[in-house]
Design a protein around this ligand. Structure first.
Ligand code: ZN
Length: 310
């Protein structure tokens, strides 16, 4: 008997499919830690978990897997969020493949670009747009999870959030109106002045569970046609999770913000390659015509040959 017997309806070989999959998760706070716990239960076998932070006392109202003993003491440093995530996964998986990176995701791109799916559970709008752009460039489905608490006045507050599935060519975070120049400017202006953002455990759980449902739809045969674009809004005061009105409006739209030529390895630039080939051709001609008198062309040709490994 397998521990996954009760989820065999996900499809033939879904257990092996999930075990073979690798998920990148950027942000291991309130939202991301829920995602890790659930995907470890679900049986995803590979993880690239990225977060530069360590647990603090104000995280303990919502950080799944984090316990009071992980906090900094006089004798021990605080446990990193990636170490907490790794402990959580190893408690549920016999042989998980985990790459924990206690750093900015910008220093984890080599690992993230090998993932089958990337989940972003980070606050910054700018970082979310950059992570989405990175995922699209590498043709990796990206799921964005975010929540916020808005002050309505008279000491009333609205818990709100969203889950967006973003695939190359399909509507993006800008199409959805989540990323706007105004929000980016506002975020840049308050940089360093922002206090701790309000966060609670249950709303993060709703959003993370929704994201894990999407991951399962994409990775397993459960859905014949996995969704290509999803934009769900969470209203924590009403307790509803509904399609954003833009989801229907954008359904057949092609995203204009991430052109097709952005797809591919960012280290490969065809213009530079063409320029290099042209330089090689010219240098070869110059070398043949002028060598050995023209030492500068020989130097250039030598550089080109070294670059090409000739
Ligand atoms: Zn777009």
């Amino acid at each position: 008997m397998s521990r996954f017997d009760r989820q065999s309806f996900l499809g033939v070989d879904s257990e092996n499919t999930l075990d073979a999959a690798t998920m990148g998760l950027v942000g291991l706070g309130g939202g991301g830690s829920h995602v890790i716990q659930q995907t470890a239960h679900l049986g995803i076998g590979g993880y690239v978990v990225v977060d530069p932070d360590h647990i603090t006392v104000t995280n303990t109202n919502r950080l799944i897997g984090g316990i009071l003993a992980d906090l900094e003491t006089e004798n021990t440093p605080a446990m990193s969020k990636v170490a907490i995530a790794e402990r959580l996964i190893r408690g549920l998986q016999e042989k998980p493949r985990i790459i924990p990176i206690c750093d900015s995701w910008h220093n984890a791109t080599s690992e993230l670009k090998r993932c089958d799916i990337i989940v972003g559970a980070i606050d910054s709008i700018k970082e979310r747009e950059q992570l989405e752009r990175f995922a699209r460039r590498h043709l990796i489905p990206y799921i964005d999870v975010g929540m916020d608490v808005h002050e309505l006045g008279n000491e009333k507050f609205l818990i709100a959030g969203q889950v967006i599935l973003s695939l190359p060519g399909r509507p993006c975070l800008r199409c959805c109106g989540l990323v706007t120049d105004e929000r980016l400017t506002e975020e840049a202006n308050r940089y360093g002045a922002a206090g701790s953002r309000p966060q609670v455990v249950w709303s993060n759980g709703v959003l993370a569970s929704t994201a894990v449902g999407l991951i399962t739809q994409i990775l397993t045969p459960w859905f014949n046609a996995a969704p290509e674009f999803v934009y769900l809004d969470y209203d924590g005061n009403r307790g509803t999770l509904l399609p954003n009105v833009r989801m229907a409006l954008l359904r057949d739209k092609v995203c204009p913000h991430h052109p097709a030529e952005e797809v591919g390895d960012p280290l490969f630039d065809v213009r530079e390659f063409n320029a290099l080939c042209e330089a090689m051709r010219l240098a070869k001609v110059q070398a043949e015509l002028a060598a050995p008198a023209n030492s500068s062309s020989l130097t250039l040709w030598g550089r080109v040959k070294r670059l090409l490994g000739l």
